[in-house]
Ligand binder design. Structure first.
Ligand code: FAD
Length: 468
């Protein structure tokens, strides 16, 4: 015999951006809404490390920035929450430069003879975005070198990994348009949404460390089995305890991995499983180093923002700390790697991720090889001797795996994503179970936080019109 700790109208499962936004949209609904999150924090793939004395310059381990001109929903939510946008680019930093095949290149060099790629005649003298349009998204006549060139100049390698993803690539290509981040940290969006949702009614609740493990329909209700969990750093595991809840409607704000793990009978049918597999999961690794003093040549601070074909993929100066009582010189924050797909495999051979207990404290003894390797890549990009780069005073790192905690999702080649996306919203017409989140969102925003918000918008418009 089981006893539910609560019987509620709507269970929202997943405390990332889509789950908190769905709960927030339903906050003035006259009934009870509970939000369940498996880890001990709200935010999911929006995850901010806040550094003391850095005055609003954060190490974002998940979503880094948004494009205010294109991400309309996110911009509106940010305004509603009264958060403070901040230019992601450092003053005078400009667009990224490139370090490709051992050569430093500026954007203006990309369409010239200086390019170290042996492109076919029609492919030469084009910027990556132009070449992408010209090739009509990896059409079969593109030379291998053109594909290498496009992959190496994209901010994330995985964007070029299949044809559907290539539709996104143009959009994700760095352009000279505004890129904003938030002074309070990107994860303040889901955190504030959850707070406002909870404060809107005493019948609402946020339940952390509760993983929805299975569901069953019983007499017009969904019975949810919620496993209790513990979180250590980035790892969340079940403990031997659980509770039950019943809900009339369930919104699963979850990406592919957690949906695959969820036990619910209607999800076992092959048609649904095929839909689940229509996106693939991409791993990523984001690493920050804090240095206690200057070691590079030239300007202080450096204006570096370099996209490279080295495994670190992107090296970016983020900002420096204020002088504080404890430190009589500033400290410097660098994003020293933001890698995905095969580059993550490279680092996995160097890095025992399990030693990164928590997110910023690194057991230096156990991560020497990894830090040395990153330092030597930094040295190459900055043209200094690796020994001249000091050991970082702290390291922030998050490894997004290719399992439940994948970094992002890309439509598989040939998938008619408009249709799949629509059907995923409510996979079984006779059930009151819905799926939202960026993973199955339609179109080019699948890669962005905006996709998570758009999917919730579609859900509210289509199935909850009377509630919002
Ligand atoms: C490294 C990286 C860089 C990125 N860069 C950008 C960027 O610059 N700009 C941008 O706009 N977007 C970026 N994104 C993408 C953006 O972060 C995501 O699209 C967005 O945050 C996804 O939100 P979501 O709610 O769909 O999923 P998630 O954030 O994954 O939320 C799912 C939540 O569900 C929880 N959960 C899982 N299983 C269960 C369960 N069984 N029961 C209860 N809870 C469960 C998880 O712990 C998680 O909190 C980036 C992502 C990563 C990883």
């Amino acid at each position: 015999m089981y006893r539910c700790y609560a019987c509620i109208d709507v269970a929202v499962v997943g405390g990332g951006l889509s789950g908190t936004y769905a709960a927030w949209r339903l906050r003035n609904h006259n009934h009870s809404v509970h939000l369940f999150e498996s880890s001990d924090r709200i935010g999911g793939r929006m995850h901010t490390l806040r550094l003391p004395d850095f005055d609003g310059i954060n190490a974002e381990l998940g979503a880094l920035y948004y494009l205010p001109q294109r991400h309309r929903l996110l911009r509106t939510v940010i305004r509603a929450l009264r958060l403070t946008p901040r230019d992601w680019r450092r003053p005078r930093q400009g667009p990224p430069t490139y370090y490709l095949r051992g050569r430093r290149l500026h954007t203006s060099d990309l369409n010239t003879y200086k390019l170290p790629y042996r492109l076919a005649d029609g492919e030469k003298h084009r910027q990556p975005a132009d070449l992408r349009r010209f090739l009509n998204l990896l059409n079969p006549i593109a030379s291998r070198e053109a594909i290498n060139y496009l992959t190496d100049t994209a901010p994330w390698r995985g964007l070029m990994s299949n044809q559907n993803a290539a539709q996104l690539a143009d959009i994700a290509q760095e352009r000279d348009e505004a890129q904003y981040t938030l002074r309070e940290g990107m994860d303040s969006v889901p955190v504030q949404l959850a707070k406002q949702f909870k404060n809107a009614s005493v019948t609402h609740a946020v339940r952390l460390s509760r993983r929805l493990a299975c569901m069953r329909r019983e007499r017009g209700f969904y019975r949810l089995v919620l496993r209790k969990t513990v979180t250590n750093g980035q790892y969340t595991t079940d403990i031997n305890d659980h509770e039950y809840a019943c809900a009339r409607k369930v919104i699963l704000a979850l990406p592919r991995g957690p949906l695959e793990r969820l036990q619910w009978e209607p999800f076992s049918d092959e048609t649904f499983q095929r839909k689940l597999r229509s996106v693939h999961k991409m791993p990523a690794l984001v690493v920050y180093f804090v240095f206690s003093g200057k070691w590079w040549r030239g300007e202080d601070p450096p204006l570096t923002d370099v996209i490279t074909d080295l495994p670190v993929r992107r090296v970016r100066y983020m900002g420096r700390s204020k002088y504080s009582g404890r430190h009589n010189s500033p400290r410097y924050l660098f994003m020293v790697a933001s890698a995905d797909s095969t580059d993550v495999d490279y680092f996995k051979t160097l890095l025992d991720v399990s030693v990164f207990d928590g997110l910023v404290k690194v057991s230096f003894r156990n991560s020497t090889r990894f830090i040395k390797d990153v330092k030597s890549q930094l040295a190459e990009v900055f043209r200094v001797n690796s020994n001249d780069i000091p050991w970082p005073s702290s390291v922030g790192l998050r490894h997004w795996g290719d399992g439940e905690d994948a970094a992002w999702h890309l439509w598989e080649k040939g998938v008619m994503w408009e249709k799949v996306s629509e059907r995923m919203l409510r996979p079984h017409a006779q059930e009151q179970v819905f799926i939202v989140g960026s993973a199955y969102s339609a179109g080019a925003n699948q890669f962005w936080a905006e996709g998570a918000l758009q999917s919730v918008d579609s859900l509210m418009r289509t199935y909850f019109q009377n509630d919002v």
